[in-house]
Design a protein around this ligand. Structure first.
Ligand code: NDP
Length: 487
């Protein structure tokens, strides 16, 4: 049977675009549909704008540091609209780059939503129907608000943060994962009064305990009002004209508002009145914030796409179920990236896309490698990690722990109390470095390189015989002589 395309990709994010281009380079006739902006979450509403906001927010400490280093500078004021304008033009430019890459690869693009009609047919929202020998779903995920909380719609999600009209004076962030912690640091750096609620005992669940402990400590030291074991139980919009609402914005002010005042606040479902958000938390506290951000996780974009009707299996969290080659239960349909909820990181989606092309268009069945993936949380300081945490490793085999924490030269000279942490988890039997965890400025850059050594199976002895680069923070990774404990 003749098809319109050899491959039709649904979703123009990092994974989908890469797969489309690489397949086209193999001579495949490729079409791609994207309902929003080309570039997807990473480029338009994720990694890229987030990292630019990290840069913007990190200048604040720089003024004081510069003075300590002899520069005659005044503290500056941050202009959100100026930054946002520059940010939006940069995202426009990047979207243009993505579009031109697709054009030059001869991938035909459709700016509309697409859904499956059958295992080889895609219906486009513009009314067209196309057929393809293979269909690749790369539709990513989206942020979700808690579904058991009335009025949760009053809160923002991460997608909203890049387009804010103005920065809030006070912001409550709910969640303790990557997005919550990164935006807590960003907003704090931009001068917003940040309160963070996390329902668990420590933020960044799943990361090494000592590493996340130091990140939490540093976040608090930099001014983030972090509450653990805390969640929202009720929320509402206060009337903008109400006296209490107008005077009691922000966590400290709200702490001072009497119960009588708080109860007098008229709550509305209407998010448009511009008043502060009233929040009651599990610890009984009632507070007001200009905005609330729900960083409470993301779900796969798999609904209303005709997937189950076509025979594609959908898992409990809405993820498309695939085998190790990213193939769904329907042989002509594959899925990669966050929509499969395997490891939700851009470079992983790209790898999955390339492995898909190897498998389907190069006759070389290739399963993406999900082992020992380095990653970084762009908090301030950053947390870079690869391999097993101490807690995971000690459940598997006996380990030696090498760890050091110290004040790095650059910020110590400026009188700051910042601390960094370098930690290696080492197998006592094989001497292999099973995990490396770094909390430090630029830890994301460091862990990329440490990740190569760990992926290659480096032993502690290999680290030891590597000469230190002096003076750097990361030299500590090759100079830790004795374990601080065995576990
Ligand atoms: P995460 O799953 O990492 O975190 C969600 C957080 O919200 C958790 O702390 C979770 O608590 C909490 N939570 C969930 N439901 C509720 C609720 N009903 N009430 C209160 N709290 C709740 O999701 P993120 O949205 O932060 O990030 C999604 C993914 O995106 C990440 O896993 C990561 O793969 C990727 N990402 C990567 C980045 C990077 O590489 N730097 C940056 C940003 C995102 P609990 O721990 O108790 O479940």
């Amino acid at each position: 049977m003749a098809f319109d395309y050899d491959l039709f990709v649904i979703g123009g994010g990092s994974g989908g675009v890469r797969a489309a281009r690489v397949a086209a380079a193999e001579g495949a006739k490729v079409g791609l549909a994207e309902e929003s902006r080309m570039g997807g979450t990473c480029v338009i509403r994720g990694c890229v704008p987030k990292k630019l906001m990290v840069f913007a927010s990190s200048y604040r400490e720089g003024f004081g540091d510069a003075r300590a280093y002899g520069w005659d500078v005044e503290d500056g004021n941050f202009h959100w609209p100026k930054f946002r304008g520059h940010l939006q033009s940069e995202l426009d430019r990047l979207e243009g780059v993505y579009r031109s890459l697709l054009r030059s690869s001869s991938v035909e693009t459709f700016d509309c939503r697409a859904r499956l009609s059958d295992p080889n047919t895609v219906a486009l929202a513009d009314g067209k129907t196309v057929t393809a020998k293979h269909i690749l779903i790369a539709t990513g995920g989206r942020p979700v608000r808690p579904n058991n909380l009335g009025n949760a719609g009053l809160g923002l999600v991460s997608d909203d943060l890049f387009n804010l009209e103005k920065l809030p004076k006070s912001l409550l962030i709910v969640g303790g994962g990557y997005i919550a912690c990164e935006f807590a640091c960003i907003m704090n750096g931009l001068g917003v009064e940040v309160t963070q609620f996390y329902r668990g005992a420590q933020i960044l669940r799943g990361f090494d305990d000592e590493a996340r402990g130091l990140v939490a400590e540093m976040m608090r030291a930099k001014g983030i009002d972090l509450h653990l074991g805390t969640n929202i139980v009720q929320m509402g919009r206060a009337d903008a004209d109400h006296t209490v609402a107008n005077t009691a914005t922000g966590s400290d002010a709200a702490m001072g508002a009497s119960m009588q005042e708080v109860q007098a606040v008229r709550l509305e479902d209407d998010a448009s009145n511009g008043g502060p958000v009233w929040v009651k938390s599990t610890n009984g506290r009632e507070s007001f914030y200009d905005d609330v951000l729900f960083a409470t996780g993301r779900i796969p974009n798999s609904s209303d796409m005709g997937l189950e009707e076509a025979g594609v299996e959908i898992g409990r969290r809405g993820e498309i179920v695939v085998d190790k080659y990213s193939q769904t239960k329907v042989p002509s349909v594959y899925a990669i990236g966050d929509v499969t909820n395997r490891v939700n990181l851009t470079p992983v989606a790209i790898r999955e896309g390339m492995a898909f092309v190897e498998t389907v268009f190069k006759d070389n069945p290739t399963a993406p490698d999900h082992d020992l993936i380095p990653s970084a949380v762009f908090t301030q300081p950053e947390l870079g990690t690869v391999g097993l945490t101490e807690e995971e490793a000690r459940d598997i085999e006996p380990v030696d722990i090498y760890c050091t924490s110290f004040r790095p030269m650059q910020s110590a000279f400026a009188g700051r109390e910042d601390r960094v942490l370098m930690k290696l988890v080492v197998s006592r039997d094989t001497d292999r470095v099973l995990g490396c965890h770094i909390v430090a400025p630029q830890a994301g850059e460091m862990i990329q390189l440490a990740g190569i050594a760990v992926k290659m199976g480096a032993t502690k002895q290999d680290f030891d015989r590597t000469v230190a680069v002096h003076p750097t923070m990361s030299e500590e990774l090759v100079t830790m002589k004795a374990p601080i404990r065995s576990a």
